[in-house]
Design a protein around this ligand. Structure first.
Ligand SMILES: N[C@@H](CCC(=O)N[C@@H](CS)C(=O)NCC(=O)O)C(=O)O
Length: 222
């Protein structure tokens, strides 16, 4: 039975899952959900995720939302070391995955909603929200930048699921103009991922093509 992954190709959260699946050689069947047409808020989709958010995984009778949970599920199924080689490493990876959800990604998502989604809706961005998000991003980025000062990846000396979770906001950062560029170790780490993890570079193109297509169709220059 194939593992179905529902999502929009423009989504940085879907990218975390599609990249991990490629890295682990887990076969997935993509089910397209057009977020810009509200397809994640249909009554049918809400039975999969009542929040109307993607990605969602369906593997037989197992339905999971939250990309991190999906990646943990796929990694266990594949016996992948992206989830750590030792219990200690695994807990460190989990720490950074939870950190990413609590301290990191949400502020980039807020900025995307203000700067991209509102623009598509013809509404002005809320500058207070953008400023708050930028302050929180800078606080967290300073921690991450220090962490990456003397190591190539977030945990250990190789890519893990922690990197994928934390790297996801880079999928939109040139469009959202979040202040990642002020943190040199962060920028160098992102470059390293693109240069040494082909799956990360390949999935970037998919996100860019999709979002740029949506913006151009709406008459907005990307
Ligand atoms: N915490 C969730 C975030 C999911 C999320 O924000 N998904 C966005 C796309 S990146 C979405 O589906 N948005 C649809 C909407 O807001 O209507 C995860 O990690 O999976």
């Amino acid at each position: 039975m194939t593992i179905k992954i529902h999502g929009d190709p423009g989504s940085g959260s879907l990218r975390r899952v599609t990249t991990a699946a490629r890295l682990m050689s887990v076969g997935i069947e993509r089910v397209n959900v057009d977020l810009f047409k509200g397809e994640s808020h249909t009554p049918e989709f809400l039975t999969l995720n009542p929040h109307g958010l993607t990605p969602v995984m369906v593997d037989g009778d197992v339905v999971l939302y939250e990309a991190s949970a999906i990646n943990l599920y796929l990694a266990e199924k594949a016996g992948s070391d992206l989830l750590g080689r030792t219990p200690r490493e695994r807990y460190e990876i989990l720490q950074w995955m939870f950190w990413s959800g609590e301290q990191w990604r949400v502020f980039s998502t807020l900025t995307f909603d203000e700067r991209i989604v509102k623009r598509l809706l013809g509404k002005p961005e809320d500058t207070g929200v953008v400023a708050l998000a930028a302050r929180k991003i800078r606080e967290a980025a300073a921690v991450l930048d220090a962490r990456l000062a003397d190591r190539p990846f977030v945990v250990g000396d190789r890519l893990t699921l922690a990197d994928l979770d934390i790297a996801a906001p880079f999928s939109q950062s040139e469009r959202t103009r979040v202040p990642f560029g002020e943190f040199p170790n962060l920028v160098a780490w992102q470059r390293r991922l693109l240069d040494t993890v082909p799956a990360w570079a390949e999935t970037r193109k998919e996100v860019d093509d999709r979002i740029e297509g949506v913006l151009v169709a709406a008459g907005i220059s990307p």
